[in-house]
Design a protein around this ligand. Structure first.
Ligand SMILES: Cc1ncc(COP(=O)(O)O)c(C=O)c1O
Length: 343
């Protein structure tokens, strides 16, 4: 028996999403995001976020982030993010590539989170030389974070207030946005547009979709053209966009996205409780979404592997591993993991 906790990218497409793809697969439809499904996205996301939303469907989170940041940042601009951010470490420089030379400025913070004080210090440190410096332009924060923690509404609001005071545009990398909302139990608008977020990379692929992500601009329809040009120029304007847009509509319909995320978070919490009770293993971060980072011995992790448990050892470490729970993680998968941990 094996159970896979390597990544939520390795989960299958949810049945309801696959059904939506099949339903969209009837007859012809206008190409290049001019189909009926794509045309409904602005309205659907405006309702979801109870504000004016401009939606650019894309197929990866990397490109959603890169287009968002390139849309608002000049080549001489800088974007502030956590030092563990996906845009900083895991996108092969895509934000800088799309930004024609713009720079990411990594900022440290406990539990994979930024604070207004750290942000302010970092901005002050780089802007000191006027025209000679990169121009601080944007803040990007990840929700849920790369450490599996979740910013509260108050934390997001404080960061956005601080960013706006310094004339920074605010971006949220929501590759696991569903898991964050399921964890907070709040309205999705409360921790985004109503807290001061200007742009959101709304992830869906990790939580039941197939190559479907949405870049969402809040109350800034004029940014659409630049974002659309960047999408086309980078080869990301899919001719058959209907299949992406149909997924996004089905994903947010009837709170399907939250139901799947709640399930993933619940399974993660079960494992986290077992780790807390363990005499040797421990949690690296508070577990607030669907990722669990465990510190343990190499022998301990070897034992889990021998029991058919698949997970990722953190690069360069044999005493730290990541376990990710998804919409398809079964009770039995988690039971296998908890049992293997106990022996
Ligand atoms: C925090 C975060 N942001 C963005 C992404 C975007 O990923 P991709 O380009 O693989 O869709 C990921 C994927 O692992 C992620 O974990």
């Amino acid at each position: 028996m094996t159970a896979n906790f390597r990544s939520d990218n390795e989960t299958p497409v949810a049945t309801a999403i696959m059904d939506a793809i099949v339903e969209a697969n009837q007859g012809t439809a206008w190409a290049y995001a001019e189909d009926d499904w794509s045309n409904r996205l602005n309205q659907a996301f405006s309702e979801l976020f109870r504000t004016d939303a401009t939606v650019i469907p894309v197929s990866t989170g990397t490109v959603a982030n890169a287009i968002a940041l390139a849309t608002v940042t000049p080549p001489w601009g800088s974007v502030f993010c956590h030092s563990g951010a996906h845009i900083q470490n895991d996108e092969c420089g895509a934000p800088e590539f799309f930004g024609n030379g713009k720079r990411l400025v990594p900022v440290d913070g406990e539990h994979a989170k930024l604070t207004p004080a750290a942000l302010k210090r970092a901005v002050r440190a780089v802007e000191g030389h006027g025209i000679h410096s990169y121009k601080p332009t944007a803040l990007s924060l990840t929700q849920a974070t790369e450490g599996g923690t979740v910013y509260s509404i108050e934390e997001v609001r404080a960061l956005c207030d601080s960013a706006h005071t310094m004339d920074l545009v605010t971006h949220m990398d929501g590759a696991r946005f569903g898991n964050a909302i399921a964890s907070l139990g709040c309205h999705p608008a409360e921790v985004t547009v109503e807290a001061g977020i200007d742009m959101l990379s709304f992830g869906a692929s990790k939580n039941g979709c197939m190559a479907a992500e949405a870049l969402v601009f809040f109350n800034q329809p004029s940014l659409r053209e630049t974002a659309e040009r960047l999408r086309k120029r980078s080869g990301h304007l899919l001719s058959k966009m209907r299949y992406i847009s149909a997924q996004l509509l089905a994903y947010i319909e009837d709170d399907r996205w939250l139901e799947m995320a709640r399930h993933a978070n619940f399974q993660a919490a079960r494992f986290a409780s077992a780790v807390k009770e363990h005499s040797e293993a421990s949690l690296q971060f508070p577990v607030q979404a669907n990722e669990v980072f465990v510190q343990w011995t190499k022998a301990g992790f070897d034992h889990l592997e021998s029991q058919g448990i698949q997970f990722l050892l953190w690069p360069g470490r044999d005493d730290l591993a990541r376990f990710v729970f998804g919409h398809s993680t079964s009770d039995e998968d988690t039971r296998l993991l908890v049992t293997a941990l106990a022996r």
